[in-house]
Design a binder for this molecule. Structure first.
Ligand code: FE2
Ligand code: FE2
Length: 283
């Protein structure tokens, strides 16, 4: 019988996106059919997982710093393709991230693995959808430079499941809940219904991914007997030295498990930030 961790590791290390994505869907189906071993007693479970900090990738796209990814927008086809390319890169990173979360963290309930296998499957589908839009625009994945902010944060938080869930899923991935609906409208206005429809699917699925982040963040908080609402802000200070900026999609964030107290605190900090910025501008 094949082993879930071994399969997750193989997918993570596969360089060619087509092979990686085909494998990703195969592992997800095998997991759903109960064909993968994962519980205690497996020799792989006795050994700590290797620290795999670099997913397999081809030499394209070229990776650059986040502020060097330019010219994304809605005006020209090239700008739109550049925007979709950066989203496609995030989706592929999210495939790696999901399999890394399966491989790296052990001794968790079966539901934990169910959640991240399901996320891996959906991120794979998201990549396919966006790559189709890119191809329809006359481009392909690898044609633009990409930044690696999401993956770098995944590595920074890798030693701590609680931080990984809080920062990677509840801050970085949660950003999609606020901004993707805006892009859906833009693509609709332009008349690119296919991309708009793909982004609607993505926006809905991302609520589930952030919700999984919330679930396992709270699970760890409960184990360590800390207050999750406070811990979320403590971790943002530690890893980001800042908090996300609004406007927030409160409805989607609440569906993704944010508490009312968290939303109110995020909104308060955002209002405070904007007030300070205005004050500085006037002086
Ligand atoms: Fe996604
Ligand atoms: Fe996601």
């Amino acid at each position: 019988m094949k082993n879930l961790y071994q399969e997750a590791k193989n997918c993570f290390l596969t360089s060619d996106p087509d092979e990686k994505l085909a494998l990703s869907l195969d592992i997800a189906s095998a997991w759903d059919s109960g064909l993968l071993e994962w519980q205690d007693g497996d020799p792989l479970l006795q050994e700590p997982p290797l620290q795999l900090n670099q997913p397999g990738r081809l030499n394209k796209p070229v990776l650059v710093e986040v502020n060097q990814v330019k010219n994304r927008g809605f005006k020209s086809i090239q700008q739109r393709a550049s925007l979709i390319h950066s989203l496609a890169h995030i989706e592929l990173t999210a495939v790696n991230l999901s399999w890394d979360s399966v491989y790296r963290y052990r001794h968790l309930p079966k539901e934990y693995y169910d959640d991240w296998v399901q996320t891996a499957r959906e991120e794979t589908q998201h990549f396919y959808l966006l790559r189709q839009s890119l191809r329809d625009m006359g481009y392909d994945y690898g044609d633009f430079p990409a930044h690696n902010e999401l993956w770098q944060m995944a590595v920074t938080t890798a030693d701590d499941l609680m931080a990984r869930m809080a920062i990677v899923h509840r801050v970085l991935e949660a950003r999609a809940l606020d901004v993707v609906p805006f892009s859906v409208e833009k693509f609709r206005d332009i008349g690119d219904r296919q991309t708009a429809d793909s982004l609607v699917i993505i926006a809905n699925d991302e609520v589930g991914h952030v919700n999984s982040g919330t679930r396992w963040f709270r699970y760890r908080c409960e184990q360590e007997q800390v207050d999750p609402d406070k811990m979320f802000f403590t971790l943002m200070q530690k890893y980001l030295k800042s908090t996300p900026k609004g406007p927030f999609n409160r409805e989607a964030r609440m569906k993704a498990g944010f508490s009312l107290a968290e939303m109110q605190e995020l909104e308060r900090l955002d209002a405070q930030y904007k007030q300070e910025k205005k004050h500085k501008k006037n002086h």
